[in-house]
Design a protein around this ligand. Structure first.
Ligand SMILES: Cc1ncc(COP(=O)(O)O)c(C=O)c1O
Length: 330
């Protein structure tokens, strides 16, 4: 089976496992885990923020940020397909008492005028921007558009959280440092268990004051750990070994798109959107390819650390057989 469901299916490589075994560790809650401390320091610098906090998942990172930055009863505004609205089990309402509002926006980019239209946003409310934007197929925000939306949120007195679970994909695709987006937000999530191939781990970054206050929610959510350096070592290894290679995933995604007749202009990073005839997942499984749903009527094939050029060639043949050769996007 060629598994193109998600970039989360990757397993730690031998080099990553060796780094985990060799990790120097201590009690994270006493701030005595040198590997966690090093990862937090490096991530804060990479994101252009003052400080960062290591947590088990990107969902927890997002929920910590929302709870730390907002006032209960306030508004959370985001594009309607963002992860915080759809896949965090109502967490923003449950943990932070936020009223969640999703708006449609091309390529996931909530516009300054959509933000300006929300008179009830601030103070106390928050705008969540996602980069890359998952629901639109891993699309990258142009920095100037991102900044304009951040400015519009500030004008409304609201905070801005960047869900950058796949920010390294955006960075590699655009040829820009992650901080080009991240430094403008009040808080930022970044995840290590997606394209970077770690078994788990994420950070949430922001000001010193934000991170100090974020510890309360880290405890509340059960995300305060002990010898977490074993996992942080995987993330440090990934920063050195698995960031630049994301360009290979992007190249393979474009190659896959071209091979099945999808406009490569629809592929910014490692997501290939495939129109779903209804039973597309089953048809592809019969041909030895696993994909998953992206949004209503659209499937996603995602390239990652475990996918080779040969896998892509095989997948092109399988998709063409499953949907009739050549596959043509409706
Ligand atoms: C944009 C985005 N944010 C957050 C998450 C949550 O990540 P995790 O599974 O580590 O909680 C995901 C996971 O797919 C995601 O795509």
């Amino acid at each position: 089976m060629i598994d193109l469901r998600s970039d989360t299916v990757t397993k730690p490589t031998p080099g990553m496992l060796a780094a985990m075994v060799a990790a120097e560790v201590g009690d994270e809650q006493y701030l005595e885990d040198p590997t966690v401390n090093e990862l937090q320091r490096r991530m804060a610098a990479l994101l252009g923020q003052e400080a960062a906090l290591f947590v088990p998942t990107a969902t927890m990172a997002n929920e910590i940020a929302l709870r730390t930055q907002t006032t209960p009863g306030s508004l959370l505004l985001a594009e309607e397909l963002t992860h915080v609205l759809l896949y965090e089990a109502g967490g923003p309402a449950i943990h932070a008492g936020l009223v969640m509002r999703g708006v449609p926006a091309a390529r996931g980019r909530v516009t300054p005028s959509q933000i300006a239209a929300e008179a009830d946003l601030g103070p106390g409310g928050i705008v969540v921007l996602e980069n890359t934007h998952r629901g639109s197929g891993g699309r990258v925000w142009p920095v100037d558009e991102f900044r304009a939306s951040v400015d519009a949120a500030r004008d409304r007195g609201a905070k801005v959280h960047l869900d950058g679970a796949r920010l390294f994909n955006a960075s590699v695709a655009a040829g820009l440092a992650p901080s080009e987006w991240a430094r403008h937000a009040d808080s930022v999530t970044i995840c290590f268990s997606k394209g970077l191939g770690c078994p788990l781990g994420a950070v949430v970054a922001g000001s010193h004051d934000f991170v100090e206050r974020a510890w309360t929610s880290k405890y509340l959510f059960g995300g305060a750990m002990r010898q977490a350096g074993v996992v942080a070592a995987a993330a440090l290894y990934a920063l050195d070994e698995h960031v630049e290679r994301l360009a290979d995933d992007h190249r393979r995604a474009r190659r896959l798109a071209e091979g099945v007749g999808i406009d490569p202009g629809d592929v910014d990073t490692n997501f290939v959107p495939i129109d779903d005839p209804g039973d597309g997942i089953e048809r592809l499984r019969e041909q030895g390819v696993l994909v998953s749903g992206l949004r209503h009527g659209v499937l996603r094939a995602i390239t990652h650390l475990g996918i080779t050029d040969a896998d892509v060639d095989q997948a092109i043949g399988s998709i063409s057989r499953a949907f009739g050769a050549p596959y043509v996007r409706a």
